[in-house]
Design a protein around this ligand. Structure first.
Ligand code: F0G
Length: 460
C-alpha cells in the first residue's frame, strides 16, 4: 500500500472554543500564579498539555452510555457492567470502584502497607509515592539504568531492574515488602513501556519470594501497543490479548480510568484476594462510597466500561502512539532534545540538555515550563527537581535524576495542526534557551509541593 498519513480515527462532533490570551495577559497570569502553571485558569491556556488525565474527549458511544447510567445507590446496573468489563479484561475477581487512581492507591495501601515497609516499583508516580510514604513506608524506585538515560534508545525503558529487585528483597527481607508494584507505562520515567519478558521476570521473582505483584495499570493499553510493535512474538496478537496477558501476571492492580479508561473521572482497585478486597471495601464505605459505586456516578461507570473497550482498538492505538511520535519529531526538528524514544502519552523535553547553564538547584525544567507558556500559551508540567528533588536537613536538595518537561497529549482532543503550533512554540523557546533564567522557590507545601509552590526568577 502507498504511504498514507495516519489520521485521527474519528470525526469531531462537538467542539470547545479555545481562548487566545495575548502576551501581556500571559505575563500578568505568570506573575499572579508565582510562575507555577498549576495556578493558571484553563482559559488562560491555549494548548493544554499539563496532563493526559481526565482531559480526553469521550466518544458518542460513551455519551450515549451515560444516558443509560443507573444511579441506584446499591447494586447499580452500571456497576455490574463495569465489573464485567474489568473482569473480562484483567481476569481479576474483585473489582472495587474509586473516584480516581490515587483513591485506589490510598485504599489498597491503607490496608496492605505498614510503617517500615518497602514498596518496590519501576518508578512510583508522584501520588503513588506520596501514598506509600503517607503509610510510613519507603517507596523504592528500581528502574533499569537505561531508563534514566534520556538519549538511550532501549525499546523498554520502563523495565524494572530485576537484579536490584532481588537485592532489595534480600536486603530488607520479604516480610517487610507488602507487594511489588510495576507501573505500565512508566509515567515518571518518560511514559516508557515495560516488556512482557520483564513483567514475567518480576512475576517469577515474586513467586520465588511469595510476594504479590500489583500493577499500576493507568496506561495498560499504550503499554500493550508498544509490546505489539516492539517485542518479538507479539506482532500478530491483538492489543486486547496482550493486555490480558499483562494482567494475567498480576495479583491485582490500581487503575485511574482518567487515562486508558478514556473517561473524565474514575478508577478502581482490582485484586484476586477476597479477604484483601473485603478490607478495602470496608475502608471504601468509610471514605469513598458504597462498594457498587465507590465515589462515582452510575454514568461514570458506564463511560469507563465502554472506554476500556475503545482504548484497545487497533485504529485508536495506532493513531494515539503515532500522534505522540509526531510531537516528538516536531520538538527534535525545533532543536529541543527529548527523552528517546518518545513515550506513549507524552513527549518529555530534556531541560538539563538544552539549558545546561541552569543548575538543578535552580530548576531548569521549571524555567522551560514558564517559557513555553510565556511564548505561546502552551502548558506543560515540570518533572524534575521541583517534583522529585529531596530536601536535606541543611536546606540543600538532592536533585532528581532528570530535569524534564512533560507535554502530555489529551486523548482524542487536539488535531495535527494544534501539534504543529506546539512545535513552533518549542522552536521559538529553544532558539533563546541560553538566555533563560533559573528559579527559586518562595513558598512550598510539605507534600507534593509542585502543585502549589510559588517561584521567582533568579537573575544572575
Ligand atoms: N499512577 C500513575 C502512573 C499516574 O500517571 C497517575 C496520575 C496516578 C497513578 C494517579 O491517578 O490522577 O486518577 O489519581 N497521573 C496524572 C498525570 C495525574 O498527569 O500523569 P489519578
Amino acid at each position: 500500500m502507498p504511504y498514507r498519513t495516519i489520521i485521527e480515527p474519528f470525526k469531531i462532533h462537538s467542539t470547545q472554543a479555545i481562548d487566545f490570551p495575548d502576551a501581556d495577559a500571559r505575563e500578568a497570569a505568570l506573575q499572579r500564579v508565582g510562575y507555577n502553571v498549576f495556578g493558571l485558569h484553563a482559559d488562560e491556556v491555549i494548548i493544554d498539555m499539563l496532563t493526559d488525565s481526565g482531559t480526553g474527549a469521550m466518544s458518542a458511544r460513551q455519551w450515549a452510555g451515560m444516558m443509560v447510567g443507573d444511579e441506584s445507590y446499591a447494586g447499580s446496573r452500571s456497576f455490574y457492567r463495569l465489573q464485567e468489563a474489568v473482569q473480562d479484561l484483567t481476569g481479576l475477581a474483585e473489582i472495587i470502584p474509586t473516584h480516581q487512581g490515587r483513591a485506589a492507591e490510598r485504599i489498597l495501601f491503607s490496608v496492605a502497607v505498614s510503617a517500615g515497609d518497602v514498596v518496590p516499583n519501576n518508578t512510583h508516580f508522584d501520588t503513588t509515592r506520596a501514598n506509600v510514604e503517607y503509610q510510613g513506608a519507603e517507596a523504592r524506585d528500581l528502574l533499569i539504568p537505561e531508563g534514566t538515560d534520556p538519549s538511550n534508545l532501549h525499546p523498554f525503558k520502563g523495565n524494572m531492574d530485576i537484579e536490584a529487585l532481588e537485592a532489595t528483597i534480600q536486603d530488607v527481607g520479604q516480610h517487610r515488602i507488602p507487594f511489588v508494584m510495576v507501573t505500565v507505562t512508566n509515567n515518571s520515567g518518560g511514559g516508557q513501556p515495560v516488556s512482557m519478558a520483564n513483567l514475567q521476570a518480576v512475576r517469577e521473582v515474586c513467586d520465588r519470594n511469595e510476594l504479590p505483584m500489583i500493577l499500576d495499570a493507568c496506561r495498560f493499553a499504550e503499554n500493550a501497543w508498544f509490546i505489539k510493535m516492539r517485542e518479538e512474538g507479539y506482532a500478530d496478537h491483538t492489543p486486547k490479548a496482550i493486555a490480558r496477558e499483562i494482567f494475567s501476571l498480576a495479583d491485582g492492580c490500581t487503575f485511574s480510568a482518567k487515562k486508558d479508561g478514556l473517561a473524565n473521572i474514575g478508577g478502581f482497585v482490582a485484586v484476586n484476594d477476597a479477604d484483601l478486597a473485603g478490607r478495602c471495601r470496608n475502608l471504601l464505605i468509610l471514605t469513598e462510597g458504597f462498594p457498587t459505586y465507590g465515589g462515582l456516578a452510575g454514568y461514570d461507570m458506564e463511560a469507563i466500561a465502554i472506554g476500556l473497550e475503545e482504548v484497545l482498538e487497533d485504529e485508536y492505538l495506532r493513531y494515539r502512539i503515532r500522534s505522540t511520535a509526531y510531537l516528538a519529531e516536531k520538538a527534535l526538528a525545533a532543536g529541543m532534545p527529548i527523552v528517546q524514544p518518545p513515550g506513549g502519552h507524552a513527549v518529555y523535553l530534556d531541560a538539563r540538555a538544552r539549558l545546561p547553564h541552569i543548575p538543578p538547584s535552580e530548576y531548569p525544567a521549571q524555567s522551560l515550563v514558564v517559557e513555553l507558556y510565556r511564548d505561546g500559551g502552551v502548558r506543560g508540567v515540570e518533572i524534575g527537581s521541583v517534583m522529585f528533588g529531596s530536601p536535606n536537613e541543611d536546606g540543600s536538595e538532592d536533585p532528581a535524576p532528570m530535569e524534564l518537561v512533560r507535554l502530555a497529549i489529551p486523548r482524542r482532543t487536539y488535531t495535527q495542526s494544534h501539534v504543529d503550533y506546539v512545535g513552533e512554540v518549542i522552536g521559538s523557546v529553544a532558539a533563546r534557551a541560553d538566555s533563560l533564567p533559573g528559579y527559586r522557590i518562595t513558598e512550598q507545601a510539605p507534600w507534593l509541593r509542585h502543585f502549589t509552590a510559588r517561584f521567582e526568577p533568579v537573575h544572575p
